[in-house]
Design a protein around this ligand. Structure first.
Ligand code: NAI
Length: 472
């Protein structure tokens, strides 16, 4: 169901009218296409200390350098820049140039140990953020607060959380604000820290806003080619015949994966079309079948010889208030959305065939975080997914593996097209970007978490919701 309002306020005479009337005008988001520049415009890296210096050097890459008058020129020093970061090639400034219009501002706050130490870097960001280009990015890089920290340290670190979430709500023009949060002693140059920063800077995260993603370890491998981070990997995607699942299949294939598209036999025709389009294979399978995991393993062994990525995307809604809930509505939602995933994971984990930096990526929902009237069954299943990945990830760590979830907000699919028109209009606007996301937006986050570079993100849930106003 197209978002007609978004189209009207962004084209021709209706755009002018909307402007005159002062109506909210959500921006058309710039989404990733292969070859798109990582950031349009220079990048300002603010913050003191070795981490800020290291990131500025890494971002500028071998061809990087500062614009005239922009302050310190960031060129790599021989032997300091890992070759894996070659090619970022961004124009990096360490001090704001008065007339520069930045494509991104990276605020490195890892050394902050007292609340007053936030003042200088945060206020230094204000002017550059005012001049941020449309579709720009603000990314904080900070350290996680823990109960072991001195109170002032924890206060300063936790303060970044409120800063980032509020700042993201203030950005306009399709710009987003997100944060990379390093846990423990994880260095700023850890593969997953670097990859998370790149994801947040890029158009791949167009509908991810106001999120803080924790990096838990130094595990993970950066790709030889950032345009094909899944080269040679074999990925299974459930619910792939349409909607978000079909977008995931396309996106993983675009990023280099061989894709096995799974869906129920009744969706066989659409499933074959998707599998053919991505040059993958189709497997007709109800994920609730007792032997679903074994059948997936048989298929990948026979057709692809290996399995690297399992994407649990198949899901259903059977909404009713709890007082009207039937046993069938309750059980079917839990069976498809959660129990099938547990059973398939169990089969993969015990098979001995899922051991080369394996990735599980499951689809949760903001309903599982904030709750939603009429969705006790659905929200139970989706909150369950969040718990499931948290407990499954450590089981995969010995193999360099991990499990994570994405939690989509309002996404334009057949599922949400069934919502009554007025409710749908309202639901679309209830986020900082004032629009629904597209299946591709969820798919980009799944592809990122499925990539070898994301190995240090352990059991986390990344929201893809445009900073939905409900829930955290
Ligand atoms: P959809 O209804 O358009 O597609 C779901 C696909 O899953 C269908 O192709 C369906 O045939 C398949 N499927 C259902 N039961 C199955 C089973 N037992 N075995 C195998 N395949 C099965 O849904 P959509 O919107 O693409 O959602 C995909 C996932 O994203 C779901 O898990 C959903 O809960 C989740 N989600 C969607 C949101 C949205 O706004 N559309 C928001 C939050 C989460």
């Amino acid at each position: 169901m197209p978002d007609t309002y978004l189209q009207l306020v962004n084209s021709g005479p209706t755009a002018t009218l909307a402007k005159r009337l002062g109506l909210p005008r959500p921006a058309v988001l710039r989404r990733y296409t292969p070859g798109a520049p990582l950031v349009e415009g220079p990048v300002l890296v603010l913050g003191r200390g070795d981490d800020a210096d290291a990131l500025a050097r890494l971002l500028s890459g071998p061809a990087g350098g500062a614009a005239p008058g922009a302050g310190v020129e960031m060129r790599p020093t021989a032997g300091e820049v890992p070759t894996l970061l070659d090619g970022w090639d961004l124009e990096v400034h360490r001090h704001a140039a008065p007339d520069a219009r930045y494509g991104a501002v990276v605020l490195v706050l890892t050394t902050v140990e007292r609340p007053d130490q936030l003042t200088e870097p945060v206020l230094a960001a204000a002017g550059p953020i005012k001049g941020l280009r449309s579709g720009g990015r603000v990314v904080t890089v900070s350290r996680a607060a823990t109960a072991d920290d001195a109170p002032a340290v924890a206060a300063a670190r936790q303060g970044v959380d409120g800063l980032l979430r509020s700042l993201a709500k203030e950005l306009r023009g399709g710009s987003t604000g997100n944060g990379v949060v390093l846990t423990g002693e994880v260095p700023v140059t850890a593969p997953s820290a670097v990859a998370s920063l790149r994801f947040f800077l890029s158009r791949r995260s167009a509908f991810v806003d106001g999120q803080l993603l924790a990096v838990d370890s130094t595990a993970g491998t950066l790709p030889a080619d950032w345009e094909r981070p899944l080269d040679g990997r074999v990925a299974v995607v459930t619910g792939a015949a349409r909607g978000i699942g079909a977008a995931i299949a396309r996106t993983l294939a675009r990023d280099g994966a061989h894709v096995v598209a799974v869906d129920v036999p009744a969706a066989g025709e659409q499933l074959t079309a998707v599998a053919n389009e991505v040059r993958g294979t189709a497997l007709q399978l109800d994920v609730t079948a007792a032997d679903a995991g074994e059948r997936i393993l048989e298929h990948v062994r026979a057709r692809h010889g290996r399995l690297d990525v399992m994407v649990h995307n198949a899901g259903i809604t059977r909404d009713k208030l709890l007082v009207n809930m039937t046993p069938d509505r309750w059980s079917s939602v839990l069976a498809v959305n959660l129990e099938s995933q547990l059973r398939i994971n169990e089969a993969l984990l015990t098979s001995g065939d899922f051991t080369d930096e394996p990735r599980i990526v499951a689809t949760a929902s903001t309903s599982g975080i904030a709750g939603n009237r009429g969705q006790t069954n659905y929200a139970t299943s989706k909150a369950g997914v969040i718990g499931m990945v948290r407990a499954t990830a450590p089981l995969l760590v010995p193999f360099g593996g991990t499990a994570n979830a994405v939690a989509p907000g309002f996404i334009e699919t057949e599922m949400t097209a069934r919502i009554p028109a007025l409710t749908r209009q309202v639901a679309r606007r209830l986020n900082s970007l004032q629009q629904g996301g597209l299946p591709q937006d969820v798919a980009e986050a799944v592809a990122f978490l499925a990539s070898p570079a994301a190995g240090g993100i352990v059991g986390r849930t990344l929201r893809v919701c445009g900073q939905n106003l409900v829930g955290r």
